[in-house]
Ligand binder design. Structure first.
Ligand code: C5P
Length: 226
């Protein structure tokens, strides 16, 4: 029977946070940001393994005590130059069966909950393609010109913001990433194969910590979770 695994690319540098420490290790509610998503994923009974893909010269991971996560948490020191490369390298190192499901989740989305995971697993476990957590776009969208003036207003109907986890069969995802590396998420690579991943409605709480002010919001949400 096919198993479910998580794979967390955490080999980035987080340039937009303007910080020496890579984003995934910034302190957030008393622990490194990365620990929050890993804790939620390791706490999900359906997931057999939680792989975390780190930079080959990562010096931070071992400074934190991960013992309570047990053998379920598997660090892989094989991150690449881009997120897609880190995911592809991780998939290769994880040696999964082609039929196994992989839930790829950003280290920078610490507010993931068991409810998000349950919804994704329930909607996709029998799906022929797989899919992603996402939210319908709420704001009015403006396209900018070169002078940062509004060139036009884009209709937002039918537009969704992609989140993670993004859930695909390991074999399909590997094939997709081998053919298409210039992508910012896994779904784009699968789309390039001519397939249509499903959009599973999540919520805005599972946002990606990108800018310094996002830390405050994440801490607020995490304090409510407990
Ligand atoms: O930089 P961004 O927020 O898009 O990164 C999304 C996720 O991809 C983060 O968890 C980051 O650590 C990871 N990443 C990676 N390898 C890279 C670049 C980003 O694992 N080379």
């Amino acid at each position: 029977m096919s198993e479910f695994h998580a794979l967390v690319p955490a080999a980035g540098f987080g340039a937009r946070m303007r910080n020496e420490l890579p984003k995934q290790y910034l302190p957030l509610a008393g622990k490194p940001m990365l620990a929050h998503a890993l804790e939620t994923l390791c706490g999900c009974g359906e997931l057999a393994t939680v792989f975390v893909v780190l930079s080959p010269d990562d010096a931070q991971f071992r400074t934190f005590d991960w013992a309570r996560f047990g053998d379920k948490l598997q660090p892989l020191f094989c991150g690449g130059a881009t997120r897609a490369q880190s995911v592809a390298n991780g998939l290769l190192a994880a040696e999964l069966e082609a039929d196994d499901w992989v839930l790829v989740h950003d280290a920078a989305r610490p507010c993931l909950t068991q409810a998000h995971l349950a919804r994704l697993l329930a909607e996709l476990r029998d799906d022929p393609v797989g899919g992603i957590l996402a939210v319908p776009v709420a704001d009015t969208l403006k396209r900018a010109d070169a002078q940062q003036r509004i060139a036009c207003t884009e209709p937002r109907e039918g537009l969704w913001q992609a989140q993670t986890p993004q859930m695909f069969r390991a074999g399909l995802l590997m094939q997709a990433l081998q053919q298409c590396r210039a992508v910012t998420d896994e779904a784009s690579a699968v789309e390039a194969l001519g397939l249509q991943p499903k959009l599973v409605a999540g919520d805005s709480g599972n946002f990606k910590v990108t800018y310094p002010q996002d830390i405050v919001l994440a801490e607020l949400l995490l304090s409510n979770k407990k």
